[in-house]
Design a protein around this ligand. Structure first.
Ligand code: SF4
Length: 409
């Protein structure tokens, strides 16, 4: 068994799980951004039977089963193979990082269904061995516009519907640089050409880290295929609740319990959906008949899930902490909920990260307010990551003091 522990620039897969404080993590990458309800139901059973029942929704729109042990891994892989979710090699699964608009093919406001583009890219990443050298975090994005868009998310190569065409973009240090448009029929092929062009100038890193000259070479490789931009793709972001024939439901801190996922699968089936759509916002989406949507949202709320955009928990990132992770001495998620409630009372608008320890698994970027657990209390850090300078130690009883006295958080 090939297991890694905290390797920079690398993500876990089914064939190459990652060791964590609560056992092995297995990341399952959907094809076309969705799991059929049968597959989602089977994943729920596997999470409970072979793992510890905890399931993560990741920021790259994948799903992770947690708490597995090495001796049950081959059984898990065999079950996932039956579901068509097992890649032929660890190299293949490592590069199959394609985010797809969660309402692709469902939202009538979209000009066309972008999923065929995503499937074509997925197939090329699987079959083209030349692409298996792409860095582990190298990713692509396929957006369809409409009521929710993922075009403002970061990916090395971006394809986003713009009218009847596809806008083509590459990631830079300043965000996506949209280079031109092309027909949907040429989109996958051009994205793959750009990935090859990246590998011609770099063997590691990301598109945004290329030198000016190297970036220009990638740009030159795709430029002949592009027409001038006539406007930028519509950008949007997470929406929860009922929208245009679908519902969006978020998992607190990106964590679902097996029972919650089972409940979502049932609600989706009852509402007439065929699949569960993943998103980079740690929220799931599924199609609903109008009358079933309200019921589904109410049941999801009752199951402890988030169905409204103004839920204060959405402002906070938190890892599991104790008791799930043995590296932690604090109940990071329980404390994060308390902190979210207090922050809402104070109308605090900054970003918040509550971490069980200094490792900061839930967020690698800086946050306005950071609490990193140590010896049953928290290091208070501001405008930094969990490794930033410590202002002081705080206990749960002192959370109220974090937002008063003119502190900006
Ligand atoms: S940050 Fe959280 S999940 Fe990561 S090792 Fe520390 S306690 Fe565990």
């Amino acid at each position: 068994m090939n297991v890694a522990t905290d390797v920079k620039g690398w993500c876990p897969g089914i064939l190459q799980p990652m060791a964590s404080g609560d056992g092995l993590i297995v990341r399952v990458r959907p094809r076309g951004g969705a799991f059929s309800l049968d597959a989602a139901g089977a994943l729920t059973d596997l999470a409970q039977r072979l793992g510890n029942g905890h399931i993560d929704l990741t920021r790259r729109a994948n799903l992770q089963l947690r708490g597995l042990t090495g001796d049950r891994l081959s059984e898990l892989q065999a079950e996932l193979a039956k579901l068509g979710l097992l890649d032929p090699h660890s190299e293949t699964e490592a590069v199959r990082n394609v985010m797809v608009a969660p309402l692709a093919g469902l939202d009538p406001a979209q000009a066309f269904d972008v999923r065929p583009i995503a499937f074509a890219i997925d197939d090329a990443l699987t079959s083209d061995k030349g692409l298996h050298a792409l860095p582990g975090k190298f990713g692509l994005l396929v957006d369809g516009g409409g009521v929710i868009s993922i075009a403002s998310e970061r990916a090395d190569i971006c394809l986003a519907a713009a009218g009847d065409a596809i806008a083509f973009g590459l990631d830079t240090a300043k965000g996506t640089q949209w280079l031109g448009t092309l027909s949907p029929a040429q989109a996958a092929e051009t994205a793959i050409a750009a990935a090859h062009a990246f590998l011609a100038v770099a063997t590691r890193g990301r598109m945004r880290g290329l030198s000016e000259a190297a970036f220009a070479e990638v740009q030159a490789a795709v430029a002949p295929r592009l027409s001038p931009m006539t406007g930028l793709p519509a950008v949007g972001g997470r929406r929860l609740g009922l929208m245009g024939g679908a519902v969006g439901i978020a998992a607190p801190f990106g964590r679902l319990e097996a029972g919650q996922l089972r409940q979502l699968v049932k609600l989706a089936a009852d509402a007439g959906a065929a699949d569960l759509r993943l998103s980079p916002w740690r929220a799931l989406y599924f199609r609903v008949r109008e009358e079933a949507g309200v019921f589904a949202l109410e049941e999801a709320r009752r199951a402890g899930l988030i169905v409204e955009e103004d839920d204060p928990v959405l402002q906070v990132e938190a890892c599991p902490g104790a008791p799930d992770c043995k590296s932690s001495s604090v109940d990071a998620r329980g404390d994060a909920r308390r902190l979210a409630t207090i922050a809402a009372v104070h109308d605090y608008q900054g970003s918040i990260h509550v971490s069980g320890c200094a490792k900061g698994c839930a967020r690698s970027l800086p946050s306005d307010l950071v609490l990193a657990g140590k010896a049953g209390a928290y290091r208070l850090i501001r405008k930094a990551t969990t490794r930033g300078p410590v202002e002081r130690m705080v206990g749960v009883a002192e959370f109220e003091t974090l937002f008063g006295g003119g502190q900006d958080g």
